[in-house]
Design a binder for this molecule. Structure first.
Ligand code: GLV
Ligand code: MN
Ligand code: MN
Length: 425
């Protein structure tokens, strides 16, 4: 470092003195401004009757929200940049830490899932600039919620998913990713070089019941679960619902239901209470009350923090699908819906900075814990040191309009993230 000249001898006080002297990194974030921005973002796609949001990736509300965010980034002195898939960056001048999350939502999403991490990042970037501290960059990744894939924007940016492969992803409404991202128009620039970032910090709601039930304020994430997902197609015989005797049916839904109900038994001895699996989307063909379904197509997803257990669950699924095909006379085929996501540990130094920040801001009211939800942080872990911090979800509810967190907890999370960013800055 060069000589700071006269500044060096000038008396320093308050936050800046503490900063330069390496003491407590109390960044003067503004909780009221942070909460006002969080509520302002909710208005894009906000449901009238609840606190929830519908802001699907690359649909008009998502793009309008990104344009609004871009304006807030610019006001905060950051250089606004959209990449070809709609990831939105607010860039600090030089190399910096990157903070953020995503601003797209599930079809019936909560107001905080993703938005919280983006707006917290924006407030910290703004507060640091005002206070003369080190600059940080801000990001809102695109399609974290998987309208097209899962973590699509960060998967492409991190090089895990080629852009051409992403372009072929199709939403359940039939829209191709290539067609959807064309709506970015002239906004879309090149990909940002990940090499300009020294690390990534993401704040998020827990989306589960652990912190809420324990009455704790903060979770420092140790690792993010791995996820695999299959698209299963069951083909039976489409037939008349009144004239086809039960014994003569090859009912595609009946076979799909057998698969769903047999999974817990097949997984016994393999899974732990933290292992999860979900059939979240199913389509029956032709989908009419008086027709025995000839085809059932559904997603089958499973998650665990241990890669070996994900393998053993997959082997049990493969065996079950073959058994149901043999028992029912239906044909069962599978395709992988998207690339597998491996379980991802968080960086040790990032965890240490977040733990120290949590102990400073919320002494005795935090814990280290794994994440059962996916996050863009998982994709970035191969590129740079990554850390995540959770705040409680009331009742453990998320991916639903009822999702919420006490405002005190939101602000505690903001202060922990700011403190950690300062320690790492
Ligand atoms: C993302 O929200 C996920 O965990 O599926
Ligand atoms: Mn999220
Ligand atoms: Mn989510």
């Amino acid at each position: 470092m060069g000589d700071r000249g006269p500044d060096r001898k000038a008396p320093l006080d308050g936050w800046r003195a503490a900063w330069l002297n390496g003491g407590m990194k109390n960044i003067p974030v503004d909780p009221a401004r942070f909460l006002a921005d969080l509520h302002a973002l909710r208005r894009f796609g906000g449901d009238d009757a609840t606190k929830g949001v519908r802001r699907r990736a690359l649909m008009p509300d998502d793009i309008a929200a990104r344009d609004w965010l871009a304006g807030r980034m610019q006001e905060a002195g950051l250089a606004v940049h959209f990449d070809p898939v709609g990831n939105l960056f607010g860039l600090a001048e030089g190399p910096s830490l990157l903070l953020g999350s995503h601003s797209d939502t599930q079809p019936e999403g909560g107001w905080l899932d993703g938005a919280l991490g983006v707006i917290a990042a924006l407030e910290i970037a703004r507060a640091l600039r005002e206070a003369g501290g080190p600059q940080v960059s801000v990001v809102s990744f695109q399609d974290e919620e998987g309208r097209f894939g899962a973590l699509t924007g960060s998967s492409v940016w991190s090089g895990k998913l080629p852009l051409e492969a992403a372009d072929d992803l199709v939403a359940t409404d039939g829209t191709r990713f290539a067609q959807a991202r064309a709506a970015l128009g002239a906004r879309a620039g090149d990909f940002v070089d990940p090499g300009r970032f020294s690390g990534f910090l993401e704040m998020h709601i827990e989306q589960g019941p652990v912190l809420d039930q324990a009455g704790e304020a903060i979770g420092v994430v140790t690792g993010i679960v791995g996820l695999r997902q299959l698209h299963v197609t069951v083909r039976g015989q489409q037939n008349h619902a009144g004239t086809t005797p039960m014994a003569h049916r090859r009912d595609a839904f009946g076979a799909a239901a057998k698969i769903a109900t047999a999974l817990p038994d097949r997984f016994a001895g393999i899974v732990t209470p933290q292992s999860v699996w979900t059939i979240g989307h199913i389509v029956l063909h032709p989908g009419a009350s008086s027709v025995v379904p000839g085809r059932a197509e559904f997603s089958l997803q499973w998650r665990d923090i241990d890669a070996g257990r994900l393998d053993r669950m997959e082997a049990a699924i493969t065996e079950l699908l073959a058994d149901v095909a043999a028992d029912t006379g239906c044909e069962v085929s599978v395709a992988r819906l998207r690339h597998d996501l491996a379980p991802m540990p968080m960086d040790a130094a990032m965890q240490a900075a977040l733990s120290a920040a949590a102990e400073t801001v919320a002494p005795g009211r935090w814990r280290a814990m794994p994440s059962g939800a996916l996050h863009d942080a998982s994709n970035l872990a191969g590129l740079m040191p990554v850390g995540m911090v959770f705040v409680p979800s009331i009742g453990g509810i998320s991916h639903a309009f009822e999702e919420d967190t006490a405002e005190d907890d939101l602000v505690t999370g903001l202060r922990v993230l700011a403190e950690a960013a300062a320690r790492l800055g």
